[in-house]
Design a protein around this ligand. Structure first.
Ligand code: NAP
Length: 242
């Protein structure tokens, strides 16, 4: 991508949190932004900025949603230059306390929603030599045991494995694939765990993250300054879990 103007980005999980912040930042930088969420009310303020036709309501866990929405974006814009895959349900609790239903929700939300949306967009991204940005979580590379976030960390680690392989597979088609791994970023819809002062004390840079910390890095990774970067997991975490 040489310049943001006219380039089209599709962002999932954008009805709240980090993906919503990224949608606003990319829109402010001149990208044409389309967003996906399940809740039309929570997407309302984005519709005001982006235009109602750029707001797509759908559950990416349901078969056919990704293809339907990518098809609508391509019908409108005739191109797709980037994906931001923001869906990623959190889970605290022991492994013994995580039942099969919760494992399935974590797997589908964190892995399958992103895989399905990328698959639906693959040929358009190859055509534009575009880029995709996934979300992990701080500390994945250390493969550390977790007392309370083991299931969440396990599915995010699987996603990281997918991301690096996808980056290698897509590189010959000119498509870049990266991951941002946030640390602790409180926001209106985030888990209560992000507001825990004891956790904040473990962040070497001395404060929790802000949505803007993540959206500024996303803007850079999606844009012309990062054209030679692929297959990377960039922690935006203030040193958390180093
Ligand atoms: N915030 C943090 O501290 C933190 C830390 C580490 C990693 N992360 C990761 O960063 C990413 C973004 O985090 P976040 O805190 O912004 O997450 P979030 O608050 O849970 O936002 C994700 C959005 O995804 C939407 N969504 C959920 N399931 C969906 C589905 N099946 N189809 C379509 N939309 C769906 C939800 O909105 P609706 O319910 O309206 O659809 C929600 O607003 C996630 O992958 C998360 O795991 C976040």
């Amino acid at each position: 991508m040489e310049s943001p103007n006219g380039q089209v980005i599709l962002i999932s999980g954008a009805s709240g949190g980090l993906a919503k912040g990224i949608a606003k930042t990319l829109f402010g930088a001149g990208y044409k932004v389309h967003v996906i969420g399940r809740n039309p009310t929570r997407l309302g303020d984005l519709a005001t900025d982006l235009g109602q036709s750029n707001v797509h309501v759908g559950d990416l866990n349901e078969a056919g949603t990704a293809e339907r929405i990518v098809g609508r974006v391509l019908d409108t814009e005739a191109r797709l230059d980037g994906l931001v895959l923001g869906v990623g349900p959190y889970n605290a609790g022991t492994l013994a306390g995580t039942d099969a239903t919760r494992w399935a929700e974590l797997w589908h939300g964190n892995v399958q929603c992103g895989v399905g949306l990328f698959d639906a967009a693959r040929s358009a991204l190859r055509e534009s030599k575009g880029t995709a940005l996934f979300f992990g979580a701080a500390g994945l590379a250390g493969l550390q045991a977790r007392k309370t976030t083991a299931a969440y960390t396990a599915v995010k680690t699987a996603l990281l494995s997918y991301v690096v392989s996808l980056a290698k597979e897509e590189a010959e088609h000119g498509v870049r694939v990266n991951m941002i791994s946030p640390g602790v970023v409180p926001h209106g819809g985030a888990s209560e765990d992000t507001n825990c002062s004891n956790t904040w004390k473990q962040i070497p840079l001395g404060r929790p993250g802000k949505v803007q910390d993540v959206s500024e890095v996303a803007l850079w990774l999606m844009g012309p300054g990062a054209q030679y970067i692929t297959g990377q997991n960039l922690e935006v975490a203030g040193g958390f879990l180093l």
